[in-house]
Design a protein around this ligand. Sequence first.
Ligand code: PXP
Length: 244
Amino acid sequence: MTLLSININKIALLRNSRGRNDPDVNAFAMRCLDLGAGGITLHPRQDQRHARYSDVGKLKTLCQLRGAELNVEGYPTPEFLAVVHQHRPTQCTLVPDAAEQLTSDHGWDLHKDGEFLRPILAELKALGIRSSLFMDYDNVDIHLAKEIGADRVELYTEPYAEHFGTAQGEIILQGFFAAAKRAQYAGLGVNAGHDLNLENLSAFLRIPNILEVSIGHAAVIECIESGVAHVLKQYTSICYTHSP
Ligand code: PXP
């Protein structure tokens, strides 16, 4: 079964927009776990514009209490790694995103970055933290992730999502099948994430043995869309029955 890990960065972004603890990231995470998610993902970016490093400890406690997985992802700066070392999430996904990047938009080039990553992956292993590397599906050297010490790879699914429902999308999906197979053959577990949603997820999960999907942006939008009728009904009822 594929583990659903809900990325709660967008909830943190809403919280930060007002300066109070509202919405409460931990309470939202708890709700996701109560409703069947198997894990929580947090991606503290270098400027902490949504998830903050200080969120990690509380989420670790929550996930531990619930027997759920905590996946902390991000670029391995010394600050990021110090937080990971301190709180020891279940999984740490390393992502090659620059400080100013809007969102993650490519995977690692292991020919360029392999030797930078190798000691970091060894350290994660020594701490008992499962490691994963964010990778492009068309990277023919995905097996190198195993050689430098990663446990898993996370396939960057935006190209699949962008072309979903088109002939090109079907070709790209076949590319993802092949990438997963290459990684699994090398002994790597395979996760996936970015731009997955209620529409495109089930076709993607035809790929055998996807161990985890992390979903944030679309899930939050879908929650808003599903709730709008219920909420508006209550606001209009209050306004129309209570105003003179
Ligand atoms: N994986 C990585 C490495 C990410 O950076 C993100 C976005 O923070 C996701 C998965 C989840 O993507 P989305 O928010 O589009 O579901």
